[in-house]
Design a protein around this ligand. Structure first.
Ligand code: NAD
Length: 483
């Protein structure tokens, strides 16, 4: 089996060399194709940070094991790390956080074991980066949560939890506030949960989840979240087990998977052979298990845990009364400890079911799908307009444009209703949402909406609009706060 390897920038080549030396010593039948990605590739003029040959190799081989990479600043180029995740639709970010004896944390000192896997949706949410200034004072970010995208990552999380012999899978969300977007994610979670009756599936609101994770992390097993919430919660979990130096990351797609450490290129210590290769090694172990090399992964992980337990450490962690070792010596110590078993904590074991490599080439785009068709009608529109006037003045003008087809039902500012009722204490900015609904609940056409928009544009700058759709008897839009 052959995989693509990009050594990365800064400490990347040093820690990659250390990890590959451990792989070699364990005699994993893996071949490597080294590909050109990172800062020097940007500097050579490749604006996406990778050569066309590198892209071709990765797309052919399907697996990329990468060191951290630097994105040149001030050149207007996008991060090669993010480009890779997006280009190859690695829709699930899996991060495993385990107590490592020899890495002191408040929980290890208290004897509370941690073994949490966070699965974060990796493509959607506000990370589409679709942002606009609607007025000089008002910025808007669009948050996309899609049904196919949510089902894809949630299904991956359940499948992974099953392979891991997890007991519990939890959905972190904020569906109490973002009823439509997070509500859709949560609905998808329970839909998929029906296919896995052996797993205890539950949900926790994300703020409560953070509180529970820092008080009783041992109660959680697998947690699946949307992109932004997952980003924050996974760094919180990294802190629980000793920081980013021990945080591996796997970006999983159907076609291509990327395995990397969470930390960056550490330019302050690059070239000194003192960096800690543990996070990259843990990412490599996730990759080996993904590829089906379960026994090799267990041998290496046991040796790593045994090494840490015996106080061998690089300069960035561990017992300061024991002298630190350099990157190469740390890797050699792990190899010398092949066959040894750790005395504490989680013992890596072989799974109780056959494992097959999970990467395959797509033959169709699985995201083009739709839920069962329902009777669909347009029943109004939200027009987002710029105005520095008081709500009453805005309403007076807007009411003149409703005609025979629409009624003005509410005006809100930053999501809070300010007309027909509101509070004099609500602070307002120079952008309103005027909600027009169709008279008599009659369906309206897009042309009706455009006519209304044209009339409103006489009095206001219309920044954007959203249709109000009804699917059957369900409103496909939220109410304004206070409506
Ligand atoms: P960083 O993670 O590189 O460094 C933060 C601190 O942690 C530094 O003091 C560093 O010495 C230390 N550190 C990090 N990894 C270590 C290791 N393995 N062993 C010992 N000490 C370690 O974060 P930064 O300084 O914010 O970023 C530096 C560069 O890395 C930037 O160009 C950034 O864009 C890039 N970066 C890349 C990735 C990636 O490739 N996925 C991720 C984050 C940052």
């Amino acid at each position: 089996m052959k995989i693509a390897v990009a050594k990365g920038d800064g400490i990347g080549p040093e820690i990659m060399e250390a990890v590959l030396s451990i792989f070699k010593a364990s005699k994993i039948p893996l071949e490597y194709e080294f590909v050109d990605m990172g800062k020097w590739v940007f500097d050579k003029g490749f604006s996406n940070g990778m050569t066309p040959e590198a892209q071709k190799s990765i797309e052919t081989l399907g697996i990329l094991f990468k060191g951290p990479m630097e994105t040149p600043k001030g050149k207007g180029v996008k991060s090669v790390n993010v480009t890779a995740r997006k280009t190859w639709n690695t829709y699930a970010n899996k991060r495993v956080f385990q107590t490592l004896h020899g890495v002191d944390t408040v929980f290890s000192k208290a004897g509370i074991p941690i073994d949490v896997t966070i699965v974060r949706e990796n493509i959607e949410d506000t990370y589409g980066g679709i942002e606009h200034m609607l007025t000089h004072d008002v910025a808007l970010s669009r948050r996309f949560i899609t049904r196919p995208g949510s089902l894809q990552v949630i299904r991956y999380a359940f499948e992974m939890a099953k392979k891991k012999n997890a007991k519990r899978i939890t959905c972190g969300h904020k569906a109490n506030i973002m009823k439509i977007t997070d509500g859709l994610f949560l609905e998808c979670f329970y839909e998929v949960a029906k296919e896995y009756p052996e797993l205890k599936a539950d949900d926790v609101i994300v703020d409560d989840l953070c509180m529970k994770l820092v008080t009783r992390p041992d109660l959680f097993d697998v947690v699946v979240l949307t992109n932004l919430q997952g980003d924050i919660v996974s760094d919180l979990c990294a802190g629980l087990v000793g920081g980013l130096g021990f945080a591996p990351s796997a970006n999983i797609g159907d076609h291509i998977c990327i395995f990397e450490a969470v930390h960056g290129t550490a330019p302050d210590i690059a070239g000194k052979n003192i960096a800690n290769p543990t996070a990259l090694l843990l990412s490599g172990l996730t990759m080996l298990r993904h590829l089906g090399f379960m026994e090799h992964a267990a041998t290496i992980e046991n040796a790593l845990l045994y090494t840490l337990e015996n106080g061998i450490h690089t300069g960035d962690f561990g017992d300061k009364s024991i002298p630190s070792v350099n990157t190469t010596v740390f890797a050699e110590a792990i190899v010398n400890n092949f066959g040894k078993l750790p005395q504490h904590g989680v013992k890596p074991s072989l799974p109780n079911m056959p494992v097959t490599p999970t990467h395959f080439i797509l033959d169709k785009n699985p995201l083009i799908m739709t839920k069962e068709m329902e009777e669909e009608k347009i029943v109004g529109v939200d027009l987002f307009i710029e105005s520095a006037e008081q709500p009453m003045a805005v309403a007076e003008k807007a009411l003149q444009h409703t005609g025979d087809l629409f009624k003005l039902v509410t005006i809100s500012n930053r999501g809070t209703q300010v007309w027909p009722k509101g509070s004099i204490f609500t602070n307002i900015v120079n952008q309103y949402r005027c909600r027009f609904e169709s008279l008599g609940d009659e369906p309206r056409t897009q042309v009706d909406i455009l006519e209304l928009t044209k009339l409103m544009s006489v009095d206001f700058k219309v920044c954007s609009y959203e249709l109000l759709n009804m699917w059957g008897d369900k409103k496909a839009y939220s109410l304004a706060q206070g409506q």
